[in-house]
Each structure stands twice: as structure tokens, then as C-alpha cells.
Design a protein. Sequence first.
Length: 140
Amino acid sequence: MVLNKVHAETLSGKGGMPLQVLGANINPLPENAFEYKFDIGMLANDGRSKLLTPTLILLNDDNFVEVPLDHPVEMIEGIVRIRGRFIMPSNFKPLQVKLSLEADGQEVEQLYDWKNGARVNNMPLSLLELPEVDDSPIEP
């Protein structure tokens, strides 16, 4: 039995780990595209996988846009990495990002300010020049 499995069984026996966002990041890409990365954690008290439904919404003063996720439903037992890309609707300038999660009767909602960071140098001119979605872990 692997140590992680033993640790997970011990944690499950003590009530599990509640649904939570472990890390969140959205990065700019070429052509008004963005890459989202969310690390989500949860361990049910019965130790079984549970259905996770994430929702990502961009908000401004007057409107909102729900981002279609690559995998709108995931199974979670420990940590799940949610990764994907989206194109920002033209003329939409978000002020906040809302990440909503639902799994095993638990609901979590996180609100983040939309920040446009410094310009990214050496970015490819096209999405076609980019590799697949980055699956690396997120630093909290």
C-alpha cells in the first residue's frame, strides 16, 4: 500500500478534507485567448470519488460571461487539476472572476479580481504555435 493511500484512508476516517480551491491562475495567450488552471482538493469521509462540477464566470459592472470548460464535470478523490483555454468575448472587459464548485453536497465559491499583469514577452503570434494546455501544479 502506497503512503499516499494510507494517508488518504486516515484522513477519510477523520472526516475527510472539505472541498477547497488549492490554487488558481489565468494567463494571457495570443489572439485574445486565456489559459485557466485550477487545483481543487477534496477527500470525502467515505474515501470514494465524488462528482465535481466547476463553473467559471467572468463578471463586469453590467454583465457576466460563463466560460465553457473543457471538462464541465470531473471526478475528485484528493486533488484534481482543471485546465483549459477560452477566447475572451470581444468588447468584454472583466473586473472579477468567479469560480464555483459543487461536489458531494458541498459548495464553494471564490471571487478573484481580474488583473492584467505586465505584458508577456516572446509570446507566439498564434494559438497554433502553442503547446497543449500546461498541466503543471499551481503555487498557491
